[in-house]
Write a protein of this length. Structure first.
Ligand code: G3I
Length: 348
């Protein structure tokens, strides 16, 4: 029994791939991908700085291989991400004289980037994170370069261009901390505005970078409800579960370097997770998956942010050397006990 079979009637089960896997340097991980997952997303290689490091210089080799792998294995292929303030190349916001781009030039660059990328994979990449992380936890717009130069219209433009480039692609907004009431309200308001302007938006991706303590599952549920009431699909994206103390625990220190609790726990489990932590880990994943199953009519995909613990971004973040255990497969690509438990819950 596999994850994708167990959840087949409920939602897609996705995972994120990186360059080493896509380039065929990690066949053990790719075997797990083929066995357990029916949807893929590129963790990094389809971001704008990777696809167009210099103006007009598009690099599609890895993205092509990623899409081919998905097609060969009959997977739902999701594109991440067209417009994101982070990892956007610096040239995007600078004109030939080295000054900040005009709104017109930035719009033109967005159009060209989105058209070129989305048209290349038309009919092959099923859906796109068109805009990523544009709203703050308090519901205000993030003061990114896109926002500074174009105001909130950059969101509308991005969705328009993506729709023009592939009218059949599903278009999503994706963000983290979606359980925060302020962010929930901000996202609802933004999506309503897009809908009122006749802009196509098909779904909302709720990033699932969770820990043993955060977020409160009730708040996550409220956001699933609020988003599905907009008439769009809900996706759980970027799911991983950190077992380490959160660096953002403000009670423990004003910032990371002051946070002794956090600093002392770079690698608290060198021999693997103790039973008590593993139990908490399993319970936390089960709690969330039970919630996803409760909303299986609203949720169309649940995507893990990586396959095994060794390829998780959580290991190096935000301080190099941190060792975390956030995914469903261990560093040897062995299924953790949680996999069997999830399959059981899905089949209940
Ligand atoms: O590819 C280069 C490599 O050539 C170089 O030697 C190495 C040295 O640091 O860096 C490599 O690039 C890294 C890249 O991941 C690929 O491993 C970048 O430094 C690193 O910053 C980048 O981190 C990614 C991060 O987004 C970038 O902001 C993480 O892997 C990725 O998990 C993370 O994903 C984001 C989502 O896209 C959006 N939501 C939040 C999520 C977590 O931050």
């Amino acid at each position: 029994s596999t994850l994708k079979d167990a959840f087949q009637k409920k939602f897609l089960i996705g995972t994120a791939l990186n360059a080493p896997q896509i380039m065929g340097r990690d066949s053990a991980t790719m075997q797990v991908v083929k066995t357990h997952f029916n949807s893929i997303v590129a963790e990094n290689i389809m971001k704008s700085g990777m696809l167009q490091p210099r103006e007009g210089d598009f690099r599609f080799d890895l993205a092509d291989q990623f899409v081919e792998f998905g097609e060969e294995n009959n997977m739902r292929i999701h594109g991440h991400t067209l417009v994101w303030h982070s990892q956007a190349p610096r040239w995007f916001f600078t004109d030939e004289e080295g000054n900040e781009v005009s709104p017109e030039l930035l719009t033109e660059r967005m159009r060209k980037h989105i058209y070129t990328v989305v048209e290349r994979y038309k009919g092959r990449v099923h859906s796109w994170d068109v805009v990523n992380e544009a709203i703050l936890d308090d519901g205000n717009y993030r003061n990114s370069k896109f926002y500074q130069i174009l105001g909130k219209d950059f969101i509308k433009l991005a969705f328009q261009f993506a729709h023009e480039a592939d009218p059949d692609a599903e278009l999503y907004y994706n963000d983290f901390s979606m359980s925060q009431p302020g962010k929930r309200e901000g996202v609802v308001k933004m999506v309503k505005e897009l809908q009122e302007q006749g802009i196509q938006i098909d779904g909302i991706g709720m990033q699932g970078h969770i820990s043993l303590e955060h977020p409160e599952i009730e708040e996550f549920e409220k956001s699933i409800q609020a988003f599905s009431e907009l008439g769009v699909q809900v996706m759980v994206t970027e799911l991983d579960l950190s077992v380490l103390p959160s660096p953002w625990n403000r009670d423990a220190g004003a910032n990371i370097s002051d946070n002794v609790d956090y600093q002392n726990k770079m690698n608290p489990y060198p021999d693997g997770l103790p039973d008590s932590v593993e139990e908490a880990f399993d319970d936390r994943y089960l709690e969330f998956f039970k919630l996803f199953i409760k909303y299986e009519d609203e949720i169309s995909r649940v995507t893990l942010w990586g396959v095994n613990d060794s390829n998780s971004w959580k290991n190096g973040w935000p301080i190099r050397g941190r060792t975390d255990y956030p995914l469903l497969f261990d560093r040897e690509n062995k299924a953790k006990p949680i996999v069997e438990k999830l399959i059981r819950v899905a089949n209940q």
